[in-house]
Write a protein that binds this ligand. Structure first.
Ligand code: MN
Length: 273
C-alpha cells in the first residue's frame, strides 16, 4: 500500500491510496497528502475509512507524493566512500546541509529533461525521509517519531557547476537546485515499513549497476541527521531530507534510464530526455 498524488481527469492533483493495481481516492475534504500527514492518527484512521470508489491505476498520471511545505534538505557526503571519491576526509567532517527548491521534485517515472548549462550531469541515489511532525532542537532519541515515511530519490547534480563553485568558495545552489533536479519515488509510511537503518541502496543505469551500498554505511543516521538539522532550522510537516549518496556517482547522458531501489522502501525511475 502506498500513498500517492495523482492527476484527475480535470488535471487537479488529488491524494489516493495505491494498492498495487488500483487507486482508492480520498474524500474531497482531504485535498492533499500534506493535509493527511498533518492529521492526528485518529483523523487519519477516519479518512482511510472514507475512501472513494477504487479505479484502475494503469494509465493514471502520478504526481509527487508530498509537496513540501517548507523545504527539500540534502545531506552532503554522508557515506565515507563517496566523501573519499569527492576528495574529502569523511572522518573529520560534521554533517552539512544544502537545499533544493520544493518545485525541483520530479514525479516518479517522469522524464528528466537534460538540464541547461552543464555537460556533466551526475546521479546521486539516496534514501529520502519525509517529516510528518515538525519541530526544533529534536533529540536523537525521539527523532524517528518525527518521520512520516520514506522514498527512494535522486539528488541530480550539475557536477561541473558544483565543482567550479566549490573551487571558488561560492555557493553550490545552481549545481544542485535546478529544475527537475530531485526525482523521487512513491512514499511509503513508516507505519507500514518501519525505519530502515540497513539494507541495499542501489542505482542501475540502462540496467547496469552504477551505485550499490548499504544504508548502514551512512556516516550520520536518519535520527542523528534530524537532530542536527533541527538545531539549525525548524522542521515542518512535508519537509523532505535527502540523506546522502553512496559511492559510484557518475555522469549520465540523454536517453539513459535510471532505476534506483532502496530495500524495504521502494524505487525511483527516470529517463534523461
Ligand atoms: Mn546528494
Amino acid at each position: 500500500m502506498r500513498y500517492v498524488m495523482y492527476s484527475d481527469d480535470a488535471g487537479t492533483p488529488r491524494p489516493a491510496v495505491h494498492d498495487g493495481t488500483s487507486l482508492h481516492p480520498f474524500a474531497d475534504d482531504v485535498p492533499s497528502l500534506d493535509a493527511f500527514v498533518k492529521m492526528t492518527p485518529a483523523e487519519r484512521e477516519t479518512a482511510l475509512g472514507r475512501l472513494g470508489t477504487a479505479f484502475p491505476a494503469a494509465g493514471v498520471k502520478l504526481l509527487s507524493p508530498l509537496r513540501p511545505s517548507k523545504n527539500v534538505f540534502c545531506v552532503g557526503r554522508n557515506y565515507a566512500a563517496h566523501a573519499r571519491e569527492m576528495g574529502s576526509d569523511p572522518d573529520r567532517e560534521p554533517p552539512f546541509f544544502f537545499a533544493k527548491p520544493a518545485d525541483a521534485l520530479l514525479w516518479d517515472g517522469a522524464d528528466m529533461p537534460y538540464p541547461t548549462m552543464t555537460s556533466d550531469l551526475h546521479h546521486e541515489m539516496e534514501l529520502v525521509a519525509a517529516i510528518g511532525t515538525g519541530g526544533s532542537d529534536i533529540s536523537e532519541s525521539v527523532a524517528l517519531s518525527h518521520v512520516w515515511g520514506y522514498a527512494a530519490g535522486l539528488d541530480m547534480t550539475r557536477r561541473d557547476l558544483q565543482g567550479a563553485a566549490k573551487k571558488e568558495g561560492k555557493p553550490w545552489d545552481m549545481g544542485k537546485g535546478f529544475d527537475h533536479s530531485a526525482p523521487i519515488g512513491l512514499m511509503v509510511p513508516a507505519s507500514a515499513v518501519g525505519h530502515p537503518a540497513h539494507g541495499l541502496i542501489e542505482l542501475k543505469v540502462n540496467g547496469r549497476v552504477r551505485q550499490t551500498s548499504d544504508l548502514a554505511m551512512m556516516i550520520w543516521s536518519v535520527p542523528e541527521t534530524i537532530a542536527y538539522l533541527s538545531r539549525l532550522v525548524a522542521l515542518a510537516p512535508g519537509d523532505l531530507i535527502f540523506t546522502g549518496t553512496p559511492e559510484g556517482v557518475a555522469a549520465v547522458q540523454k536517453g539513459d534510464l535510471l532505476e534506483g531501489t532502496v530495500a524495504g522502501v521502494g524505487s525511483v525511475r527516470t529517463k534523461i530526455a
